[in-house]
Design a protein around this ligand. Sequence first.
Ligand SMILES: [Zn+2]
Length: 276
Amino acid sequence: MRAIYPKIDDKLKGINTLRKYINKYKGVEVQITKYDKTNGYFEFEEQIRTLLVVFPNLKEVIIHTPIPFCDLEMYIAKDKEEIFNIIERIKALTLELGIKIDLLFHISWKFEIEKMITVPVLMEMINSIKGFNIEILLENIHFTEDFLCPLKICKLIGSNQLKTCLDICHVHCYTNMMDLDIKETLDKELNKKDASKYVYSIHFSKALNNDGYKDKNTHGRMHDTKKSLIEDVELLYEYGMYDSIFVPEIAEEDYENRKDQIEEINNLEDIYLLMK
Ligand SMILES: [Zn+2]
């Protein structure tokens, strides 16, 4: 892993307890929670400006779009123009602050459908951010049959400003639901070359009790044993994802204390050699 970026919310809860890690890795992922339900508009400028004041060394912010507008398909169905408004605002902000800003969306449908509906919009998005310090990240969700669809889209478009955020908890959920062996499934679907090239970040957490998101309390949890944490990291490393940024996406019902997230980061640091 190249770095560990803590996850905070758009009220910047938890930055005090996570200060040490944000200073060390110079990056953070911000979950947007407040948004306009009619078109998905949300604010981020003031929050990112404040982050830069608190962390003057900050180099990168990943913006996790608001649920359910984190599904790129939602914006396309509701108001495609809103995506381009957000992109224009991000372009202005990177120029103002001199940091990298990534915009993360979930991808929910099968590749064949995304190719017709989402890919043309993504190509427009990529065109409009050319030359800017911005990347678009596409994340796999837990119930889609085509869980590697984000990676297939990245490969199809082939831009270094379009990458995948692989949510390992969601991969577990999917294989648990389908009663599949995770290793066999990944072997069938994923090759090392593509994974190392297109997976930019990892949403790292565990689905407890081999759950498939039947229970919210088992989803996105801290690894309950060091053994299971090691197994997940080794699985990712096996497919060449050792240079990805790890984002412990854990216990999102409590952005204030981040106790579990801190423990997961400490365990990752204990076990793995990190960036210099
Ligand atoms: Zn995730």
